[in-house]
Design a protein. Sequence first.
Length: 300
Amino acid sequence: MGEVRRRRTGSGGVTPPAQPAELAMRIGLGGAQVRRAMHAGLACTVLVSLAACRPDLTPPGAPTSWPSASARLWRWQWQLDGVLDVTVEADVFVLDPVNTTAAQTADLRARHRRLVCQVHVGTVHPDDPDATRFPPQVRGPTATRSGRTWLDVRRWDALRPVLADRFRLCRGKGFGAVLLADADGYANSPGFPLDFDDQLQFNRRVAALARSLDLSPGLRGNLGQVAALAPDFDFAVDEECVRLNRCDKLLPFVDAGKPVFHVEYTGGLTDFCVTSVGYGFASIRKHRSLDAWRLPCPVP
């Protein structure tokens, strides 16, 4: 599932990987980005197996611990679809807390993996086990493409008990961190007059709620509020920042020594790894379905 697909020459050999500067020229990086990529690679080339020059990571330790010295070194996996593959060589697993069993999390913890549960904090789906706990007045009038309905995040008293129980489910199954998804309703069409400050207050409240339950909070997307929220969250997950030319918006996490877990869904590793690794991200290529398959960028 996690096999690396190598580009072969006509004679049957494997084409050697390009050096960082050459890859940067192919992708069209500017001088500053090239310097950032070269610095990130240090003595290791960007698209070669870097196991020999990858230092040992700090052991998992406390669930809220993300040592800054390891921020760019984490290998990660994001699987929300299909049969969970616990054998993937990754340090961090982002999983669905409902579909993941306690036996699977126990297996992963025995392998010294860090476990992150993805929780939709700003939307509800009719199939969610706790969907009926959200009163009609906090639900938006229209659904997203995935069938999820936005929630009125101004109604903290109504949302907090349900979100707290979602987080308790994560903790009970052995997760040590929680990834907040759909935390950007204000930037969409939620059906409520939400503004930037409404969303900011809600996201900070949810992050604090996670910490109160001994879970490390992470932010998925919501790049418009990253600069304001980076102090409140321990890590970030982003999709396609290279393709969309917006990776610089995640630098507040990098500059604070916090991990940025990044995924692209199109192109080969040479199309995005120099850029993303240069920024200091932990990057992988995935199918949009987020099944077990992954193709990781090398870790410097």
